[in-house]
Unconditional design. Structure first.
Length: 112
């Protein structure tokens, strides 16, 4: 899996180019996300606009990335499609993640 990345100042925007974050791709996705955080990135935006489905393992990957940012970093999820947002609401993880409607809003929030 090759993640699409865009850098704006000190902000890294990551877009997984898959429709499903499930058991088949979760481990590789997790490794790539944790490497980005481990390389010192403190401001991350995860653009989920292409993702139509996330299973429990995929959700665990996002939680691991959030934990890896620790108290010194920020992880924002944006452009979440409705079926995926339903999972976040059902599992109440919408209350632990910072979620924004658009990439632009997420970038602006991190520039402040």
């Amino acid at each position: 899996m090759e993640l699409e990345e865009e850098i704006i100042e000190d902000i890294i925007i990551i877009k997984p180019p898959v429709k499903r974050i499930d058991t088949a791709v979760a481990q590789k996705f997790k490794e790539l996300l944790l490497k980005t955080v481990g390389d010192g990135s403190k401001k991350l935006i995860l653009d989920l606009s292409a993702v139509e489905f996330i299973d429990s393992r995929g959700l665990g990957t996002l939680v691991a990335a959030l934990k890896a940012t620790g108290n010194t970093g920020v992880l924002i999820l944006c452009q979440i499609r409705e079926p995926v947002m339903g999972l976040f609401k059902l599992t109440r993880t919408d209350q632990i993640f910072t979620i924004m409607d658009s990439r632009e809003i997420a970038v602006e929030s991190l520039k402040q």
